[in-house]
Design a protein. Structure first.
Length: 88
């Protein structure tokens, strides 16, 4: 302890958000799995909300084919349109 200071714990507040933000995160393990045929494995990501565009789009969804790396991008006005784009 420092001279003249009884206890630092009495003067420092505990910040849970700071503690969680400083935690170490493990990366995803490397994978050697790769699709060998078109449309065998599709990755999807829903992004947003963004400021509304000229046509009212606030979200977009992407579909990426693992084999060909072909990407489909669909703009969405609301999240409820996600399943319809997935079925399409």
């Amino acid at each position: 302890m420092l001279e003249g200071i009884d206890c630092l714990e009495d003067h420092v507040d505990f910040c849970q958000a700071c503690t969680i933000g400083k935690q170490y995160r493990f990366s995803f393990p490397a994978s050697n799995k790769q699709a060998h045929h078109k449309l065998d494995l599709i990755y999807s990501d829903l992004c947003g909300p963004f400021p509304s565009s000229r046509y009212g789009y606030q979200y977009y969804i992407t579909f990426t084919d693992d084999c060909t790396r072909y990407i489909w991008i669909y703009p969405l006005c609301t999240k409820t349109e996600t399943f319809a784009r997935f079925r399409e």
